[in-house]
Unconditional design. Sequence first.
Lengths: 112, 434
Amino acid sequence: MKLITAVIKPSRLDAVRLALGEAGVQGMTVSEVSGFGRQKGHTEVYRGAEYEVAFVPKMKIEVAVADDAVDLATEAIVEAARTGSVGDGKVFVSELQNVTRIRTGETGDAAL
Amino acid sequence: MKLALKKVCFGTGGAALALALPAIAAAQDAIDSGDTAWMLTSTALVLFMTIPGLSLFYAGMVRAKNALSVMMQCFAITCVVTVLWVVYLYSLAFGNDVNGFVGDLGKMFFNGVGTDAVQGSIPETVFSMFQLTFAIITPALIIGAFAERMKFSALLWFMGLWVTFVYAPICHWVWGGGWLGNMGVLDFAGGTVVHINAGIAGLVAALVMGKRAGYPGTPMKPSNLVLTVVGAGMLWVGWFGFNAGSELAADGTAGMAMAVTQIATATAALAWMFSEWISHGKPSALGIASGAVAGLVAITPASGFVGPVGALVIGVAAGVACYLAAVKVKRALGYDDSLDAFGVHGIGGIVGALLTGVFVSARFGGAGLADGVTIGAQLGKQFVGVLATIVYCGVVSFVILKIIDVVIGLRAKEEAEEMGLDLALHDEQGYNLQ
């Protein structure tokens, strides 16, 4: 099993959700994060007090998938999240040790 | 304000306007119901300026962790000053004159201020309540200077002592039959009594208490500018009660006061906005709202004395001057007047008070200088009024602050400031947003 973590532009969230659904991924966890790679931040000014804000708002999506579904899921995310401009984000794939469905106690692939 | 010897006005009323001492007429039929209705309304409008107008204006500008503390301070000041007002403060401000300095205690506990007491053409209760709303907003304005770092108990002590030893005397000097009013200083609705007073006290407090922890390096972004702009709008609307209500009557002067208030405010808002646009490159909502408040402040002393052209000039002057003071000078000098109590109210009040001396002249469409007084002479009187306010307020505010600091301490503890005053001082959070 793998944990796919994707950091994407907030405006692409809905497209990614739909694309993952079509790729057969059942659920996901989404959080609001901030970050930057190569994207520049912005400046805010309040009565002359100038603040350089390096962090850009992003959405983080986490999905747990079976090993044979990783490539399909990753591709779905990348296609749906891409806009072509700087700041589109990244997809990380990490090893997932175990998964348990809380309601039933199922573990492993059955819990995905 | 009609109470001081006022020889100039636009008014249509034939009634004598020179009231050196508050007159308690016995007859109910001395009351004009139109004037009274307007003054009842004005009182509500000016109270609305503090709660919630100013409260929101300020609360939106502080960090989220301190938003509730600002609202708490404004609310508490409203309550404390009200109680002190009825007990002795109204008497100190408007009681029988003692050497031109302060009123006596003859009106303590509203002695003599019953249902039938009359002040001019309105019930004295209404006059007193109207004046109370000014005594409330003046200390509330000061909190902008020391926002996010003052202990609540110290705040209550400071405000109670300040309205007693600074506000009441200065109010008496200008409106209560004291020496500034008698000298011919023109201050229609409180350029000196309210704004320079609050601005100077704020500056002194900011200097005595020191900067917020982390200022100016740490980002301290306004938590909710939407509320700030809402508050600015409430201040603007309420200010019609503040300025037009200071005529104490529903007449032509009140009408002109309302008109010049609107004109100066809009002009100042644009002046600040364009100043910022030129200087920084973009106009901002905080800027246009701040400019509006600067205009409101500056037109305050002038509102019953100047005409539309004067209002335009005062608006531009205030917008630019306050922009420079709050945005450029403050940063250059490095003091932490957190919400620009001095930059907006102090500077705006000074600009307005001085320009009143010029634009009262009939040459500029004003109400007209007093007989035999030139613009130069009137400017001189205005200057004395401004200087007297600055010096007296500055010195006495400093003394009060120092005493409180020694006895109980002014500032919240470091951990409290870090945690946020809402939690640390009030066990609450203004925003419990998940």
